[in-house]
Design a protein around this ligand. Structure first.
Ligand code: S3P
Length: 173
């Protein structure tokens, strides 16, 4: 069975790692986070990879990381917000897992990422404008890919995780 993974997609600050860890715990699965995996493999943080290799270099590493992480079954995998940009990645996600989209407003993202220094795409004069542009560009892609889309605004992580579990198809439980 190849589609047994649970894959979280959504923008920066949507809670993919937090919710992913909770789902993994409740479902007794391993949790893997694509950005952390890349940082562990390379020994440097994402910002440094963007500095040295540019966004294209980072995206190449991201595609490779996703292939490795999704090569196993029964995981919960949190992806980076931009991982859905490449059609190659989209095909992989689709074929290797059940995809959950954490649908988060730009206001909520800004609240969560106010002090963020780790995300290269947000180190700009106007993070709101950047997030709005990414939202317009990427939300249709997230929606199209998703097996399940959940609104996250004003919801506690714990409640969100249990709502998601209640909505998962039987074969994933
Ligand atoms: C990115 C999202 C980040 C990280 C990188 C680029 C994006 O991951 O992969 O900074 O393009 O949206 P998170 O979604 O986990 O913040």
């Amino acid at each position: 069975m190849s589609r047994q993974n649970i894959i979280l997609i959504g923008p920066m600050g949507s809670g993919k790692s937090t919710i992913g860890k909770m789902l993994a715990k409740k479902l007794n699965r391993d949790f893997m986070d694509s950005d952390h995996f890349i940082e562990r493999r390379t020994g440097v943080d994402i910002a440094r990879i963007f500095d040295i290799e540019g966004e294209t270099g980072f995206r190449d590493r991201e595609s490779k990381a996703l292939k490795t992480l999704l090569d196993q079954n029964n995981r919960v995998v949190a992806t980076g917000g931009g991982s859905v940009l490449r059609s190659e990645n989209r095909a992989l996600l689709k074929s290797m897992g059940y995809i959950i989209f954490l649908d988060t407003s730009v206001n909520q993202q800004l609240q969560r990422l106010r002090r963020d220094k780790k995300r290269p795409l947000l180190q700009t004069e106007n993070p709101r404008e950047r997030l709005e542009n990414l939202f317009d560009e990427r939300r249709p892609i997230y929606l199209d890919l998703a097996d399940l889309a959940v609104k996250t605004d004003r919801k506690l992580a714990r409640k969100l995780a249990s709502d998601i579990i209640n909505r998962l198809p039987e074969y994933l439980l």
